[in-house]
Design a protein around this ligand. Sequence first.
Ligand code: AMP
Ligand code: MG
Length: 486
Amino acid sequence: MNLLATSSGPVLARPGGFANLGPAFYTELLPTPLPDPYWVGTSASSARLLGIDAGWMARDDALQAFSGNALLPGSRPLASVYSGHQFGAWAGQLGDGRALLLGETAQGQEIQLKGSGLTPYSRMGDGRAVLRSSIREFLCSEALHGLGIPTTRALCMTGSDAPVQREETETAAVVTRVAPSFIRFGHFEHFSYSGQHDELKRLADFVIDRHYPACRAAVQPYAALLEAVTRRTATLIAQWQAVGFCHGVMNTDNMSILGLTIDYGPFQFLDGFDPGHICNHSDHQGRYAYQRQPGIAHWNLCALGQALMPLIQDSDAALAALDTYRRAFPEELAARMAAKLGFGQACEGTGRLTDELQALMARERTDHTIFWRRLARQAAGDGAEPVRDLFIDRAAIDAWLLQFEELTAQHGRGHSPDLMLKTNPAIVLRNHLAEQAIARAKLKDFSLVQDLLAALERPYDGHPAHADWAGFPPDWASHIQISCSS
Ligand code: AMP
Ligand code: MG
């Protein structure tokens, strides 16, 4: 395989990274070349994060490197092993079945290819990812980042005409993902449940030293790690709930130890507000329904806590760390909902308004994104599209709006319409928008991928040129079925 000599491209040579953990943690192997690759999309903002020059990104070297056809300088690609609980049941050994960690940049960012071919952890899979699901992951990674929600990033995405068999024959694609770490709860579960406790300790020490250094000074560093992960996860889930994001497959192998959104599969932003909404067509029990996400995150944290027990040893300390969730999550969510209403802090009034509003929205299946954005615009003095028009029960919404006005009046300048505009996005990656970009991409027109990306990077701006992207979903959107197949 070609080794690229670059002066302006990324060099993957930061010592002491994941590769340093040793062979129990991974298998080194090269990506499987992707035939005749072409660009599907690039994120200039992710490139800047890595210090990659825009000129280099446009070169064929970059296209080949991010398709798995050439190696970046300093790269020693590896697939890591992890395990996990899937849909509540122990699934045993999993691992990077189609992802390869290329290495870590000087900025402390790991670069990973997803869809780069078979690994020892591919099990029944083919090691590939398809154009459809890769566009969804590429766009949504950058969309969540644009919303200010912690997530793995996407640097770019390439495609190929190479066929990949799913329910239908599709074509292959590779997404280049970027994050300070791709370590999952499942990595800890793997070493814990297989009795490899020296490796478990090495992993926990690595994560503490690299990502949670403050835990080192704690009396019980591993319990402190569990508490810190619990807090970050609580913050993440509060952000998902507030914006109406459903992940779809919250298995413990899809939970980031850094509290990042990771592994975009059948995710969905709510259209109409339905607390019981299940976005994953394969989730027959609704385990990962929108309103269950907070409880599932806690369940997953308990699985992490259980995995850490050989290190924490003291069950009271582990339970206390996990218990932080019971306070942290409601506090975070209340703060986010207060911000959506334009208040810098949650109070009794914002809590009551939120509860009453959500009950009304659930009854009417009010469009989540449109409601909140209209409310923000109305509060900012733009009443062109009145909020009340979104409801059938006008008396109920009028009564709610009156209470809202009373609360804003009480708070005077403490209420900020500007905060509402910066908290309630005009545009999110709804399923039908992704579907439109995918349909065009299948015809080799990638302009919508790039145009949507540009809008999703700035979701709190008005996008007058793309008013339809901020509008109601078309009727066919409710028939889109997204499964785990990717
Ligand atoms: P996911 O549901 O996408 O999080 O995947 C669960 C597990 O299956 C992970 O270990 C993945 O690496 C693996 N996997 C998913 N799809 C494939 C595929 N096409 N080829 C190989 N492994 C896969
Ligand atoms: Mg996964």
